[in-house]
Design a protein around this ligand. Sequence first.
Ligand code: FRU
Length: 452
Amino acid sequence: MIEEAEPRPLVHVTPPSGWLNDPVGGLVHGGRQHLFFQYVPTATEWRHTCHWGHLVGDDLVRWRHLPVALAPGDGDDGVWSGSAVVDEGGPVLFYTSVLDGQLDLGRVALARPADGELAEGAPGGESGGREPADGELVRWRKHDGGPVLLPPPDLDLAHFRDPFVWGRTGAWRMLVGAGLRDRGGAVLRYSAADLHRWRYDGVLAEAGPGSGLGDVWECPQYVDLDGGPALVVSIMNGGQLDRVIAARGRAEGDRFVPGRWQVLGYGRSAYALTTYRDRAGLLVGTAWLRDGPPGVPRRDWAGMLSLPVHLTAGADGDIHVAPHPDVDTLRTARLAEGATGVELTDGLADLEVTLAAGARLRLDTDAAPVVLAYAEDGLTVESGGEPTVVPVLRPGSELSLRVVVDRGVVEAWTGEGRWAAVRVLGLRVRAATVLGGGRLDAWALDPVQEPA
Ligand code: FRU
């Protein structure tokens, strides 16, 4: 049975058609933000024949789809996740090239803008129109020589994919996500002078047997977080995509020694968080928001991207997640101030909420409500299915919450830097109410991703 088409969210990115998973390759070029994503244009389920869809924007919320950047072909049966760097020749996309029949062990390959793509079009000029302006990096050319790195034969590897590259000319570094037989998820590290000839430098970090931290670590991200290193990985457990975990820690020789592991994006939807710098240098994260339990057939589209989040080092030792400042620019009319409730006409709003201990925010829908309940053990998010608990550091004191409500999805951030994203198929919130002590302010939002 084919379901009715699900209404699209109004401020979250969805694929033009078909399937979307991981966001990848965030970069700035000519003053504009570019972001790519795993894309299967012709199916609403994942297929190994992934492409790189392409988004461009003058900021991180007003995204426009450009034509597919990378597609299978030229020896790639699928173009899987990776990352982007900018060298003196311009942006370079690193992707995982997979071969049918050998999907678990990918190869690292790269692509550069095709001739004539590097002219930098003026931001705000033609970019608002339908036709891509010059310098929008529309056409990409895969490196003629094929993959630049194959999985090392002498490690007992079950999985190898998702290059994450950083550095500068003469000193490039790369991580690759992996699964080691009997050892679990791991991140392998490499170095190169020229982006092409990579040397294996050992394991950066690994789950370790029995750690519960996953048997494959996908989409590794290694970032400088306000002066110290942090590692982010998306973990697969028993063949299932599980969650995004991250840790601040310290570098010891070629190893990263993690401090405390934390979840980034509670709610069982966020996965494959990618990190990149915005045009002002802030560290940004964007995750794939999964649709929830598999098995619900989708007609037109599946998968969406989270709103951009800003990642910082919190005084509590954890990574703090907050909505990126560009999200604020979506606000239009104020709908409520110091109120206990607000009605929403289009299922879209930005809320600032204060909850007393024991209070809750109820989002009424045509079906079951979504409830964010603040109790001793944390902030429980109920959206049908198993509830999720977001940790609260100072239970008992007032909790501030930022909540963006969109069609099919709710994202919430505690003032303490924790983030939850819940995806509910067909969700349309009609009203938001604070119960048991607290207040809310509400704003309407510009529906920038509304389908034409
Ligand atoms: C994560 C992931 C990556 C892989 C890609 C394929 O969701 O499994 O490891 O490169 O998706 O689409």
